[in-house]
Design a protein. Structure first.
Length: 156
């Protein structure tokens, strides 16, 4: 165990000991109960807090799709945070059965058009956590209509 982890748990144990010392005021076995509870509870609290922080730092952020925000992000930051809106765009099915001009109206021009496969690709930015993840939105067409959207994640 790292010394900073041990020190953090020790500080937490002192605080928890103080809380139980006050709670068990005027009770028999006050010292023993406070030490035991602090020794048991402090590592649990430490690992819960660390787990919550790790989950919070590594989870993929999401927000509702907004065409204006998408296009302004694309112009200003090369789609830097558009990945946050991809899942909502897919779930809402806004683009399903739309033609290519309506897609361009909502998302702007794609970074890549594959005319043979009828696929458009939009770069949607890079998320961080434990490493970097590049995001792309893939739009598949049939008869000039959107039939499928896919969120591609490529980890570095």
């Amino acid at each position: 165990m790292n010394s900073s982890v041990f020190l953090s748990i020790l500080i937490l144990a002192v605080v928890i000991f103080g809380i139980f010392w006050v709670i068990f005021k005027n009770r028999k076995g006050r010292l023993l109960k406070s030490i035991l509870l602090a020794g048991i509870i402090s590592p649990v609290v430490y690992f819960l807090v660390v787990s919550i922080l790790i989950i919070n730092m590594t989870r993929e952020r999401s927000r509702d799709f907004d065409s204006v925000v998408w296009q302004s992000n694309t112009k200003m930051e090369k789609g830097m945070n558009n990945y946050e809106m991809i899942d909502d765009l897919i779930d809402s099915k806004i683009l399903i059965d739309k033609d290519s001009s309506e897609v361009k109206k909502n998302l702007g021009s794609p970074e890549l058009k594959d005319e043979k496969r009828n696929v458009w690709q939009y770069d949607a930015g890079t998320s961080t956590g434990f490493g970097f993840t590049d995001h792309q939105l893939i739009i598949k067409f049939a008869n000039n209509r959107v039939i499928m959207l896919e969120h591609i994640r490529q980890q570095d």
